[in-house]
Design a protein. Structure first.
Length: 213
């Protein structure tokens, strides 16, 4: 998402400015990819327990668990993002949660944020509380299942390489992976070398540490 921000009282952005921003998209994507992939694969410290934030229909935060405040403090200290980004984050995720509750075909209310931004791979998702229009936003360390698609997109990992990572997570050796995927061991090892090169991992253990909560 690209947000165009102008000082309060300034004139609205026009179509010409929006088109200019759109033309910048490829360069911005390239910059963001290089920024994210330059971050550590796994943080040195364990994550806080999951935290919960309750957002009312007026988009105001009603309450939050102590763990949620710990998450907010940790993320803000690392990201050093302006305050309005936090409000935009909770409002946008709460709105998408309500939209998905009314229409299951809508995009699921899940955000997976990279370690370069937050210090670890983070997952935030929402659920509408039964009988109300309040939304519970849950923030936690991303599970391996949540992380894998986003991780592969950011690092430019191919579909076949993603399959091999999934098998690595099941503690399978290259010979076993080759048998499962009907490939030669040489081909599996070539794919592994490509994954290590793209991610900067020194080997299997460092790569798999990124998927360990």
């Amino acid at each position: 998402m690209v947000s165009l921000v102008r000082a309060a009282g300034g004139r609205p952005f026009d179509e010409t400015e929006a088109r200019r921003a759109t033309r910048l998209a490829p360069r911005l994507i390239g910059f963001l990819r290089s920024y994210v992939t330059a971050g550590p694969l796994a943080p040195p410290v364990p994550p806080p327990p999951p935290g919960v934030i309750i957002v009312g229909p007026d988009q105001a935060v009603r309450t939050a668990t102590p763990e949620a405040f710990r998450w907010r403090e940790q993320l803000e200290n690392h990201a050093r993002a302006p305050r309005w980004t936090r409000e935009t984050f909770t409002t946008g995720l709460a709105e998408q949660t309500r939209r998905h509750a009314h229409d299951p075909r809508a995009v699921p209310p899940l955000i997976v944020g990279p370690s370069a931004t937050y210090g670890r791979w983070v997952a935030a998702h929402g659920q509408v509380l039964k009988g109300t229009d309040d939304v519970a936003l849950i923030i936690q360390a991303a599970s391996a299942q949540q992380l894998l698609p986003a991780f592969c997109d950011w690092y430019g990992i191919s579909a076949r390489e993603r399959q091999i990572i999934a098998h690595l997570r099941e503690a399978r050796a290259p010979k076993q992976i080759a048998r499962c995927l009907e490939l030669s061991v040489h081909t599996v090892n070539d794919h592994l070398k490509a994954v290590f090169r793209k991610t900067g991992a020194s080997g299997r253990d460092e790569l798999l540490a990124a998927f360990t909560v």
